[in-house]
Design a protein around this ligand. Structure first.
Ligand code: GLA
Length: 384
């Protein structure tokens, strides 16, 4: 593994060269950005590469803890990059509609209704950055800050440990929160993501990973032909603003039944109110779990390349987002436009709007306790 500030590799050079331009971008951005981020922060932006003995490689930057690339073999041993993203940090910052490519999102992944919640008798007000709701931690969420990065060697593989301390009341959330996210690349082609956090005041925490996958290779058309299994008999239906209604609805007989593998595209065009609200799939599934620990949440198979992705997690939910807001305006690493539904996300998480839903599993972290979740993305191949 290497910290690559002096590499002559083109992608890396472009990535670092772009970092110089970032400050200007932020100075003309939202006022908070200019106030909160200093020039020196940008001097510390780096791109790290983790490699394993199978030749698999992932790129990670400490800007937003973003996974910038995932290079894995197809069934013939040919490597492609299956993660949507960019080759310069400037592009991550300037991207229209902020798609959160590859980032760690938080302090609260997904939506909080009306940007308000009550905790221990006090009401907290958050930014409405996805009108009329709060989304993915606010205006400058964890996807838009510079993390400290430390390459480490673990028994199970090369790893990068990323840490960030969010201030008390940063983006409106109570409590100073110390977060560590560790990415490990194992020799059996898995990326393990370990999230840890501690706070000095009670606060909601819901961290997730927002990589968009296209198992054919990024920029190679839509993901509608990918076959998906989600281990969930229920999901959380939403209102027109994508806030859960509180119901845990049975997937049986609906387009949300992925218990038996089917293509993402098979039912996405059905005349269905939930699909209309999400403009496709943008919903949280309630995982069928048996106790605690790591359990299989989803499996995706792409028939042309033969690539398989299996996601296991300690989390109770997973958000399927079918790239509905991509519309071809963003162009990725291979200069191909990211077309409508050109990538899918499977974001392991607690359910959206949990701080306002006492009946959902709690997302409140209290002082003295450790937030601890793990998600594993395991890549493989299958014969036709
Ligand atoms: C999540 C949300 C979507 C969208 C994407 C980013 O998946 O649920 O509605 O905001 O992030 O574009």
């Amino acid at each position: 593994m290497s910290d690559l500030p002096t590499s002559t590799n083109n992608a890396v050079t472009r990535f670092l060269a772009a970092a110089g331009g970032v400050v200007l971008t932020l100075l003309i951005g939202p006022p908070l950005a200019a106030a909160e981020l200093k020039t020196t922060d940008f001097d510390s932006i780096r791109l790290y590469t983790l490699r394993n003995d199978q030749g698999m490689e992932i790129g990670v930057t400490n800007y937003g803890a973003i996974i910038t690339s995932i290079k894995v073999p197809d069934r013939d041993g040919k490597f492609d990059d299956v993660a949507l993203g960019y080759d310069s940090v400037e592009k991550y910052i300037n991207a229209v509609d902020k798609p959160y490519f590859g980032a760690v999102v938080g302090r609260y992944g997904n939506r909080i209704a009306g940007g308000k919640f009550e905790l221990d008798g006090q009401t907290y007000t958050l930014a409405i950055n996805n009108s009329p709701n709060h989304l993915h931690g606010g205006v400058i969420g964890f996807d838009k800050v510079v993390w400290d990065a430390k390459p480490i060697k673990l028994d199970r593989g090369e790893a990068l440990q990323l840490s960030y301390t969010a201030k008390d009341m940063e983006e409106g959330y109570p409590g100073k929160l110390d977060i560590t996210v560790t990415y490990t690349l194992t020799d059996d082609n898995a990326v393990i993501v370990d999230y840890r956090a501690q706070t000095d005041k009670a606060t909601p925490v819901n961290l997730t990973q927002h990589t968009y996958f296209n198992l054919k290779g990024e920029g190679r058309g839509t993901i509608l032909d990918h076959e998906l299994m989600i281990n969930a008999g229920r999901y959380t239906p939403v209102d027109a603003t994508l806030i859960p209604t509180g119901e845990l609805a049975d997937v049986q007989g609906t387009p949300f039944d992925f218990r038996k593998s089917k293509t993402i595209g098979r039912d996405i065009g059905q005349d269905n109110e939930q699909l209309a609200y999400g403009l496709g799939y943008d919903h949280n599934f309630v995982l069928d779990r048996d106790g605690k620990g790591m359990q299989l949440a989803a499996r995706v198979y792409e028939p042309i390349s033969g690539r398989v992705l299996e996601i296991s997690t300690t989390e109770p939910g997973i958000q399927l987002y079918s790239g509905n807001f991509l519309d071809g305006r963003l162009t990725g690493k291979s200069d191909q436009p990211y077309v409508h539904r050109g990538g899918f996300c499977l974001e392991t998480q607690h359910y959206p709007d949990s701080p306002n839903r006492p009946e959902f599993p709690s997302t409140i972290l209290r002082p003295g306790k450790t937030y601890e979740t793990t998600t594993k993305f395991k890549f493989g191949v299958k014969k036709p």
